[in-house]
Design a protein around this ligand. Structure first.
Ligand SMILES: [Zn+2]
Length: 320
């Protein structure tokens, strides 16, 4: 059912390089067709009569030959009601995914020649909403869980002062210094946040490694095998006992500094973590075109995000 499996092929399912990207997506019609293929991989089916036969009209409308119902390929997706040509959106997605370490809103504004910084900012935030899917797969195997503090985050929209913000990280340790997938979230104000985070992101039966904090020991009674390291009387510092999460946290710190996210508002910090996670979990993808494909694939499965919602704290899943 349209899974983003690993069976997609460069040059067939996604453009292999920038030249091919330009060839494939030189018109809005081509972009609509590509989106339709991502959205309806088994072919279009009319939402009213389930008819399979349709005309593709201009501007991304599919008209059912049986009942005449028109369905927009972008409705109900991240690109719902956009007034910007899809070609420009595609260029934004290509640019955002082609830069290994990501881009700032200012960088996006410059490359696309957008008139306002606010538009570029909103686009970046819309795309971040598609970067981690709500039904994402759980981590498994041996997973390290820890909390660390990331500096340089502004409190609220107008806050000048920057602060350190606690972040919960989970990282699969594959052994021999290899790290698998990760999850990150800002620490929540609920009680036992790390325990609940672990339950949200790690599949039961996994081995969880943490420090020796007393409240984490209940993980052993929650369907996990829990191993912990006490600092007391131990001569090994935490980064040796939990190397994967500490490596990930230090990469996150460098990334926040390096892509001009420094000073990011704490209101939006969770979405920066989503972007970091998206990039980290796909760091081994040897084609940037594959990331382009993944992000578009998720964007057509992401609900519309109007600007006022991006700016306000309403519906901000990280401010609940
Ligand atoms: Zn129909």
């Amino acid at each position: 059912m349209g899974s983003a499996g690993d069976d997609v092929v460069a040059g067939v399912d996604y453009p292999a390089d920038f030249g091919q990207f330009q060839d494939w997506f030189s018109t809005d019609e081509a972009c609509f067709e590509y989106l339709a293929h991502l959205r309806w991989p088994d072919g279009f089916a009319c939402p009213r009569c389930a008819g399979l036969d349709a005309w593709a009209t201009a501007s991304g409308l599919w008209m059912c030959r049986n009942c005449g119902r028109r369905t927009s390929v972008t409705s109900g997706t991240l690109f719902d009601r956009t007034r910007t040509p899809l070609r420009t959106w595609f260029a934004a997605v290509w640019f955002v995914t082609a830069q290994k370490n990501g881009v700032s809103a200012l960088g996006l504004q410059r490359v696309l020649g957008l008139r306002s910084y606010e538009t570029a900012w909103a686009w970046m935030h819309k795309l971040r909403r598609a970067m981690v899917m709500p039904e994402r797969e759980l981590l498994g195997g041996t997973v390290e869980v820890d909390e660390s503090y990331i500096g340089g985050i502004s409190r609220g929209k107008t806050g000048r002062s920057t602060d350190k913000v606690p972040v919960m990280s989970a990282a699969e340790n594959l052994g021999r210094n290899r790290i698998g997938r990760i999850r990150m979230e800002p620490t929540t104000p609920e009680s036992l946040p790390l325990v609940k985070f672990a339950q949200r992101v790690i599949v039961a039966g996994s081995v969880i490694k943490t420090d020796g904090a007393q409240e984490l020991r209940r993980l052993g009674n929650l369907g996990f095998q829990h191993k912990f390291y006490t600092q007391l009387g131990s001569s090994t510092p935490a980064h040796i006992d939990l190397p994967a999460v500490h490596m990930v946290a230090s990469q996150l710190k460098r990334w926040m500094l390096g892509t001009m996210h420094y000073g990011a508002s704490s209101d939006h910090f969770g979405y920066y973590l989503d972007e970091f996670t998206f990039r980290f979990n796909r760091r081994a993808a040897n084609s940037r075109g594959l990331l382009f494909y993944r992000l578009l694939h998720q964007a057509v499965r992401t609900e519309p995000r109007p600007l006022n919602e991006l700016v306000s704290s309403e519906n901000n899943k990280y401010l609940k």
